[in-house]
Write a protein that binds this ligand. Structure first.
Ligand code: HEM
Length: 519
């Protein structure tokens, strides 16, 4: 009997039996012979990536992972070839500066197609290329460089406070997340291009950037969990089936166009010696000085590379910063004792002249210890990135959590929203909001277990920008306004698609008594 002599039904039956045998053999292999077989796991996760795809798609992966680690300990297998580790000691091993652990396929889907064929600092998996590219621009992202634009960040703060005052006077209910995102966008506009986008002034999502990000994040997060040969097919089918993703792609193209236009405009301005904007120290100017300077050709750093830099840094980066500010405010509003204590610290620092309005970054970080603790605690409980950052184990394998060996080639990673709940480091109340923990005991072990900005060679390049925004805006906001949750009893809803965004946190601002005559 040959295959040709079989009927369609028989062929179908044969294929089904073949598939069943294949699946059964795979399950037996995973259960009894796989090198990761002894690592605790939900059964489905040990035999198929369906588990990780499904749980990522729910937007609640951090809750699932926290529960799994509570039950199984430091090591949990979250896919046949992938392990999540919640041991704080693992951070410095997996994310070491030695660049042994390459990023996994998870990042491929975020690679920005462009003419210079550089996927960007975030998505590039080739550590050598990444290191060369990042070194060129690192200085522009340094704290000293960002602080050269401090007066411009102050301008953004003034616009934010002015508009918030109008909300307060008109008793407008404000959706806090999008409002803070507009601030973060305008600051990025100032820092990168020497001008705000105007999102706060117009109080609208200009060019639909925010909408594009919201629509694309779930596709990126879920798609990233698939093997890379399925990622493009997944993106194309989602694109064809989803109106919102089609709109998002259009809006994302718009972001690209806007950032390219902004670069070109800044190039023209810099050629005009009398232009007032040329006194500014924006990052674009610094990058143009590199590309057009004597080192530019040798570094292969062209205007097209700057387009990539500006596009990638713009897309979705305002969200993480606004999440940090939103969570700081949210936890304060939910805990009147902490809120009052912080207000006291801020009021007395302003009254004694230890900090000024606008507050400088230096003042905010040195004169407001309780405020620092509140920011740190909010970023601990609700880090802006809430999924595992997966890396490939290098040659020789690795032993994690004292005695669990993972051979080379498998994926391993840490999730900030899990490791930052470690009871041994943060105390038995690790899942509670308690800023005092940062002042009552030695903060160093806790700082070492913080993974909110990542770690090592691939640590967040925009960390200084984010910190600058947070430390410069919030003290002034909290000094001038009382912020109240409209529904004070209701817990927030969050959507975790890599960026873990709280949604629909509605607040009312009230100018504080005795302070309403302040500028
Ligand atoms: C509170 C705000 C922020 C948080 C919590 C945050 C978090 C992170 C984390 C966890 C990583 C590492 C991801 C990994 O290893 O897989 C990262 C990388 C990165 N972040 Fe941020 N980020 C923030 C703000 C920003 C801002 C404002 C920018 C840009 C202006 C930015 C740009 C980047 C880029 C380009 C990378 C990739 C770096 C590399 O691999 O070289 N981030 N961020």
């Amino acid at each position: 009997m040959t295959l040709r002599s079989l009927s369609t039904l028989q062929l179908f039956q044969l294929a089904t039996v073949g598939l069943i045998i294949y699946e059964a053999s795979w399950i037996i292999y995973c259960r009894f012979f796989h090198p990761l077989r002894s690592i605790p796991r939900p059964f489905l996760a040990s035999v198929s990536r369906i588990w990780i795809v499904y749980h990522t798609a729910t937007g609640r992966m951090e809750h699932t992972q926290r529960a799994l680690h509570k039950r199984y300990g430091y090591m949990v297998r979250i896919a046949p070839d992938e392990v999540a580790c919640s041991d704080p000691q693992a951070i410095k091993v997996i994310y070491s500066t030695k660049r042994d652990y390459a990023k996994s396929e998870f990042y491929d889907i975020r690679a920005a197609p462009n003419e210079v064929r550089y996927a960007g600092h975030f998505a590039t998996r080739d550590e050598k290329v990444h290191s060369e590219r990042r070194r060129i621009v690192n200085q522009a992202y340094s704290m000293s460089s960002i602080l050269e634009s401090e007066p411009e960040i102050d301008d953004c703060t003034r616009v934010f406070i002015e508009a918030t005052r109008t909300f307060a006077q008109q008793k407008t209910v404000v959706d806090l997340g999008p409002w803070l995102t507009k601030y973060a966008f305008d600051v990025l506009g100032e820092l990168f291009y020497g001008r705000m986008f105007g999102m706060m002034r117009e109080n609208r999502d200009l060019h639909d950037i925010g909408r594009a990000v919201d629509a694309m994040l779930p596709a990126f997060a879920v798609g990233g969990t698939l093997p890379s040969y399925l990622q493009q097919a997944f993106l194309i089918s989602t694109y064809l089936l989803s109106n919102s993703l089609r709109d998002a792609v259009t809006a994302s193209k718009m972001v690209e166009t806007v950032s390219i236009q902004a670069v070109e405009q800044r190039i023209r301005e810099l050629k005009d010696k009398d232009n007032q904007l040329n006194r500014k120290h924006d990052m674009l100017r610094k990058m143009l000085e590199i590309s057009d300077g004597p080192r530019g050709p040798a570094l292969n750093f062209t205007h097209k590379h700057i387009h990539v830099e500006s596009h990638i840094s713009l897309f979705a980066r305002a969200d993480t910063t606004s999440i940090a500010m939103l969570s700081t405010l949210y936890y304060l509003m939910r805990d009147p004792r902490v809120y009052a204590k912080l207000q006291q610290e801020i009021d007395s620092a302003f009254a004694s002249g230890r900090i000024s309005d606008p507050v400088s970054y230096q003042e905010a970080t040195t004169q407001l210890p309780y405020f620092r603790a509140c920011v740190e605690e909010a970023m601990r409980l609700h880090p802006g990135v809430g999924l595992t950052a997966p890396r490939i184990v290098p040659r020789g394998g690795v032993t994690l959590a004292s005695d669990v060996y993972i051979p080379a080639g498998y994926r391993v990673g840490v999730n900030a929203a899990v490791v930052q709940y470690d009871r041994d480091v943060f105390g038995p109340d690790a899942d509670q909001y308690n800023p005092d923990r940062w002042l009552d005991r030695d903060p160093v072990p806790m700082e070492r277990a913080m993974f909110v900005f990542g770690h090592g060679a691939r640590t967040c390049i925009g960390k200084n920008i984010a910190l600058c925004e947070i430390y410069k805006l919030l003290p002034v906001l909290l000094w001038k306004f009382q912020v109240r949750l409209v529904e004070s009893e209701k817990e927030w809803t969050t959507k975790n698609f890599w960026f873990n965004k709280p949604v629909g946190v509605k607040v009312l601002f009230e100018e504080r008594r005795g302070l309403s005559s302040l500028p």
